[in-house]
Design a binder for this molecule. Structure first.
Ligand SMILES: Nc1nc2c(c(=O)[nH]1)N[C@H]1C(S)=C(S)[C@@H](COP(=O)(O)OP(=O)(O)OC[C@H]3O[C@@H](n4cnc5c(=O)[nH]c(N)nc54)[C@H](O)[C@@H]3O)O[C@H]1N2
Ligand SMILES: Nc1nc2c(c(=O)[nH]1)N[C@H]1C(S)=C(S)[C@@H](COP(=O)(O)OP(=O)(O)OC[C@H]3O[C@@H](n4cnc5c(=O)[nH]c(N)nc54)[C@H](O)[C@@H]3O)O[C@H]1N2
Ligand code: SF4
Ligand SMILES: [Mo]
Length: 735
């Protein structure tokens, strides 16, 4: 019998499922879906049932660790921060702030305290450059949103719950559960659309689990999506199908797009994309005729050579086919909370500009403040003025997750200081001088922030912590504030963390036009919880501390254990679009300048085999392979290859193949399957465990291979600086 039942939101992915946890004798037992959750309505996946395993994992770090040589020592929090102070002060004194940087990883977008602490951390630390998983992820979307709509986080998503016609390109929500499209049970919605007489199409080099829920699967040569999309645009203009719908009168650059699309007829691109011209015409006509519908593009379109053009063209097609900013089409969410990331960036007073500085070693111009994360290794291992000597990773595992992985793994031991805010000793953090672990997700509250900005509806849900943290343990909000202060040069001794937090909140109040005195007086406590209250109360549904009597505050969510539903998506172009012209910029010159490079792609001969990435429902990037129930059974780190390619390369199902690229080689078991289109092979990322010095007893037994050893540093989209981990030329041979 369970002692108690607890309700919580799963913090693992964008679906934000409501969970019901049974707790017996201080241990989490069965986890079920919370059927009454207003948002997820009873959806969950196998990962969500394992958050108890994550909490109880004996390998999870609960106390700070300091490394001397190969020896790891548990230390007190005071000692850990003193060691950080020593390391940071030394690098600051010898090399200056230019030698210090940070890498921000994916869980920051999902973790209650980290997500809210990362803004003040970066702000205080004043790093000249930062690195993040963003440049192996959604940077092309950020660039397109910045230039088309005026804010890098105003990324529109699909109003899936009311769409009747959906085209999915480079996304596999059956595995990922949706990305930049927060929705519980995406696949269930696809099934519903079809049952109601709508249509679902998947465009992907692999016949994915999502394609199993579609009317049609259209294979496409990796990296050629921008060509196909341009051809759709060409058809829309040539056949008089352009309809701006709800945003008519609010769009600039339509004629420029028409002119740019002219050479890209379906016949001109068909051979390169390996998609028949008739199919491309039909896609364009159907989308224009559908009411309502949208085209959705995700990571397969971002993590590729033409990431920005492809991501931009997804939005262009949506604007031109009449569904933009109207129900069932592409829309902006109305998030119940705002994130500090979405605030107007003071470094762009006159609209966005790029290339304000260049990376030291490869002289790559910055985009939205970042250069490709593949630069990190060379910035550490190349001597000279500005060489990186200190790195702080925040919930990231770049040794497995980023291109040029072999060089990064070799570079990290050359740092004077590596400080990792992380809960496990893994492939990256094994090189740390200090590891500062955060609380487990069950030891802290939860309420998502960034994810609501891409949600297919508005809602919010608060989760109480389930377990009390061990006495005196700081949460990650405090850890980040302290690290930011140390990087600024403030001493650890007697650091006034509360004062720093009050100053941060005061600055935010001023930006949002609320009286800081009222806010500080109204909020009990400090930290992430107070910031959440502020972002709810000054958000679109908030009470503005009494000004809006029917408005919401955190307390309202705390009184609603299954969450509060705030309704479907609504048209928002009027308030969202904040470009200098006030118009949706359909043809930003910075992006369209890249069209010549795309045109040249048409003349490139076929390149032999290319590698793409994939995800699995039971994995989460690199860090959940230590959960036994998720990794047991069939090996999932396999090379998927079409039977014809397997025969040509002489590799058989179940045998081990060597996959070789310009960057490196891995030996991996082969899985022959006609779910791959010929010419394309697929590996999952996030594997390659089993390295010395790690403390991952389960993952190390199911090591797999690190696919990013194959990703060359110089394969990236130069418009966004996003990595092209899809479309890597490889050779496959028997091992
Ligand atoms: N080849 C290839 N590479 C890819 C991709 C791909 O499709 N193909 N996808 C890319 C994408 S989209 C992403 S987002 C990146 C992800 O790249 P990363 O963010 O670098 O990698 P993760 O595997 O998410 O690593 C998460 C880290 O956070 C730690 N962690 C987990 N929970 C917590 C917590 O609560 N607190 C703290 N402090 N730490 C925690 C884990 O131990 C782990 O070290 O990978 C990218 N890499
Ligand atoms: N279970 C699970 N869920 C996750 C994650 C996880 O690791 N595991 N990671 C989370 C993260 S960080 C993210 S960013 C999201 C990503 O969410 P998704 O974007 O849905 O990511 P994937 O499932 O990798 O699907 C990408 C698809 O793109 C295809 N593809 C590759 N190259 C191309 C190309 O050039 N053109 C086209 N058209 N398709 C291509 C691949 O074959 C693959 O099917 O998932 C999140 N959810
Ligand atoms: S789909 Fe799975 S991992 Fe994602 S929130 Fe729901 S239970 Fe958690
Ligand atoms: Mo991601």
């Amino acid at each position: 019998m369970a002692d108690s039942i607890h309700l919580r939101t799963c913090p693992l992915c964008e679906a934000m499922c409501g969970l019901e946890l049974q707790v017996t004798d201080g241990r989490v037992g069965t986890i079920r879906a919370d059927r009454d959750d207003v948002w997820s309505k009873g959806h969950l996946c196998p990962k969500g049932t394992t958050i108890g395993h994550l909490h109880h994992d004996p390998d999870r770090l609960r106390v700070p660790m300091v490394r001397e040589g190969d020896e790891w020592r548990e230390v007190t929090w005071d000692e850990a921060f003193r060691r950080c102070e020593e390391l940071i002060a030394q690098v600051r004194a010898q090399h200056g702030p230019a030698a210090m940087t940070t890498y921000i990883g994916n869980p920051v977008a999902h973790n209650f305290a980290l997500g809210r602490g990362v803004g003040p951390f970066i702000g205080m630390a004043g790093f000249p450059t930062i690195y993040s998983a963003g440049t192996v992820d959604q940077w092309p979307k950020n660039v397109a949103a910045a230039l088309m709509y005026g804010n890098m986080w105003s990324i529109p998503t699909i109003d899936l719950k009311r769409a009747r016609h959906v085209v999915i390109m480079g996304g596999n929500p059956q595995a990922s559960q949706g990305s930049l499209m927060a929705c519980a049970d995406v696949v269930g919605h696809l099934d519903r659309i079809r049952a109601e007489g709508g249509r679902v199409t998947v465009i992907d080099p692999r016949r994915t689990g999502t394609a199993d829920h579609a009317d049609e699967w259209i294979p496409i040569v990796p990296g050629t999506d921008a060509l196909l999309l341009f051809a759709m645009v060409q058809v829309l203009f040539a056949e008089g199908l352009v309809d701006l719908g709800a945003v008519d009168g609010k769009v600039a650059g339509v004629d420029e797009v028409r002119r740019l699309a002219e050479p890209f007829t379906p016949e001109a691109v068909a051979a390169t994309c390996q998609v028949p011209a008739d199919t491309i015409r039909r896609l364009a006509r159907d989308l224009a005729a559908a009411a309502p519908g949208a085209l959705y593009g995700r990571i397969g379109l971002c993590n590729q050579e033409f990431g920005t053009l492809a991501s931009w063209l997804v939005d262009v097609v949506n604007v031109l086919t009449g569904g933009f900013d109207s129900p069932g089409g592409m829309m902006w969410a109305t998030p119940v909370v705002w994130t500090t990331a979405s605030l107007p960036d003071p470094s762009f007073p006159n609209g966005y500009e790029f290339g304000r500085w260049r990376s030291r070693v490869r002289a790559i111009p910055e985009v939205l403040g970042q250069v490709p994360v593949s630069c990190l290794a060379e910035e550490i291992d190349t001597p000279g003025e500005g060489q990186i000597k200190l790195l702080i990773t925040v919930a990231g595992n770049p040794v497995l997750s980023t291109p040029n992985a072999g060089r990064l793994d070799a570079a990290l031991p050359q740092l004077d200081a590596l400080i990792c805010v992380d809960n496990w000793r893994n492939e990256t953090t094994r090189h740390a001088h200090v590891i500062l672990p955060g609380l487990s997700s069950l030891e802290q509250p939860h309420f998502d922030d960034l994810l609501w900005a891409f949600a297919t509806g508005s809602a919010g849900r608060w989760s109480d912590p389930l377990f009390a943290p061990i006495d005196g343990r700081p949460d990650e909000y405090e850890i980040l504030l302290r690290l930011g202060a140390l990087c600024m040069g403030l001493p650890h001794e007697d650091l006034d963390v509360d004062g720093l937090d009050d100053a941060f909140i005061t600055a935010l109040c001023e930006m949002k036009g609320v009286d800081p005195a009222v806010v500080l007086a109204a909020s009990a406590g400090r930290g992430a919880e107070r910031l959440l209250d502020l972002t709810i109360r000054t958000g679109p549904f908030g009470d503005r501390y009494g000004e809006v009597p029917e408005g919401l505050a955190l307390a309202d969510f705390q009184a609603a254990p299954h969450g509060i539903d705030l309704g479907p998506m609504v048209p928002r172009a009027e308030e969202v679009v904040c470009t200098p012209s006030g118009m949706i910029e359909l043809a930003p010159p910075y992006i369209t300048a890249d069209v010549g490079r795309l045109r040249a792609r048409l003349d490139r001969p076929a390149e032999g085999l290319v590698l793409v990435s994939r995800r699995h429902l039971r994995s989460n990037n690199s860090w959940m392979h230590n959960v036994k129930v998720l990794v047991k059974g069939k090996d999932r780190c396999t090379l998927l290859i079409h039977p014809d390619d397997a025969a040509r390369c002489g590799v058989a199902d179940g045998a081990v193949a060597t996959v070789r690229s310009e960057a490196g080689a891995v030996d991996v078991p082969v899985e022959v399957s006609d779910e791959m289109m010929p010419g394309v092979v697929s590996l999952p990322h996030g594997w390659g465990h089993g390295l010395p010095g790690t403390q991952l007893s389960v993952a190390n037994e199911h090591a797999g291979v690190n696919s990013n050893l194959l990703a060359p540093a110089d394969l990236y989209d130069p418009i966004s600086n996003n990595a092209a981990v899809n479309g890597i030329p490889v050779e496959v041979a028997p091992a």
